[in-house]
Ligand binder design. Structure first.
Ligand code: COA
Length: 327
């Protein structure tokens, strides 16, 4: 059976930086509070004319260049996002058109902040069947469009960006080794965007109640669940692949909170240098956060051919999961 090998990475962040100092002028918060509670110092915000697929395409072109792959050779495009350009067509279809990926299928995955790990599992399954040979996986978000900029509980957390990964069906040992996906819909209400769907279609009442923005009930509960869930998923994929945590070269988790990342590292007994984070500069970019960090790590020389990488994510749904990869 072929293995889904990672052959190219890319990323893109918008040019506009929003600092904690600017947020101090928008809501009752402080740079000190945001830094100590989350680790975040600044985040990027998409320009008015930039939609999610625009960010995704920028990241995709970099990844295709690294993979030395022409878009016309792509068999499938998967975009993990909760902020697609519109309800339909999917963001993946806009990317397909923009890149000129004439032969590619296209689909979006909505698993919130776990979207990229879910995408890796989908990519792994599709590439292993042998029916497709090349797949472009993107995590891309414009969360600034769904944030309530008057709600200090959430508006300080999120940012915009995109990360891309090209995968190719290959022989050998390098590629996706194990994945684990989980969910718990009973805890959906703690993190949701309730408006604009079939339950609460767009209306003036929906807009007045700010139901078109992210609602988070109990950041503290999200925090605890995140640590436990990512630990469980990480241990599951390590066990599946028969790999000891000590042999993992780099761990890249969803970037939701520096303290969540630190707590997970402690529970897994990881030394600090094995945990990659960039949340300080980008904030929580949901499905984009792992591929954005991965591309940075690759380009900074933190990841070498043959290294074992562990990805773990957690997000609305609730959804969570992990993936173990040999780069
Ligand atoms: C949200 C989060 C940063 C809060 O940190 P915390 O240490 O749990 O915060 P605490 O519960 O101790 O404190 C909350 C207090 O800070 C206040 N607060 C919330 N946001 C604030 C802000 N931006 N600035 C200042 N004060 C703020 C709250 O109103 C609350 O005040 P109260 O105690 O008077 O009611 C943290 O819980 C977290 O990151 N949770 C995960 C959230 C997340 O990642 N969601 C997305 C998942 S993918």
């Amino acid at each position: 059976m072929p293995v889904a090998r990672l052959v190219g990475t890319g990323s893109y962040v918008p040019s506009r930086v929003l600092t904690n100092a600017e947020l101090e002028k928008m809501v009752e918060t402080s740079d000190e509070w945001i830094r100590t509670r989350t680790g975040i110092q600044e985040r990027y915000i998409a320009a008015e004319q930039e939609a999610t697929s625009d960010l995704a395409m920028r990241a995709a072109r970099q990844a295709l260049e690294m993979a030395q792959l022409d878009p016309a050779e792509l068999d499938m495009i998967v975009v993990a996002t909760i902020t697609p350009d519109m309800i339909f067509p999917s963001a993946a279809c806009f990317v397909q058109e923009g890149l000129g990926a004439k032969r590619a299928g296209a689909l979006d995955i909505a698993a919130a902040c776990s979207g990229f790990v879910y995408g890796l599992a989908v990519a792994d399954g599709l590439l292993r069947t042998g029916t497709i040979r090349t797949l472009l996986l993107l995590g891309a978000e414009t969360l600034s469009r769904i944030v309530n900029w008057q709600d200090r509980n959430t508006c300080v957390l999120f940012g915009d960006g995109a990360g891309a990964l090209v995968l190719r069906a290959s022989e050998g040992e390098r590629g996706i080794l194990a994945t684990s996906l989980r969910s718990d819909g009973s805890k959906g209400p703690i993190l949701m965007l309730p408006g604009g769907g079939s339950r609460h279609p767009n209306s003036q009442a929906v807009l007045d109640a700010k139901m078109n923005t992210i609602q988070m009930a109990g950041g503290n509960e999200v925090f605890k669940l995140a640590v436990r869930a990512m630990e469980e998923a990480s241990l599951t994929v390590l066990k599946q692949a028969g790999v000891d945590i000590k042999d993992v070269g780099l761990v890249i988790t969803h970037q939701a909170n520096l303290r969540i990342i630190g707590a997970l590292g402690q529970r897994l007994g990881l030394p600090e240098e094995k945990i990659y984070h960039n949340i300080q500069r980008v904030g929580n970019t949901s499905a984009a956060s792992i591929p954005l960090a991965l591309d940075e790590a690759v380009r900074a020389g933190r990841v070498k051919e043959g290294d074992l990488l562990l990805f773990a994510a957690f997000g609305g749904g609730l959804t969570w999961g992990a993936a173990l990869v040999r780069f």
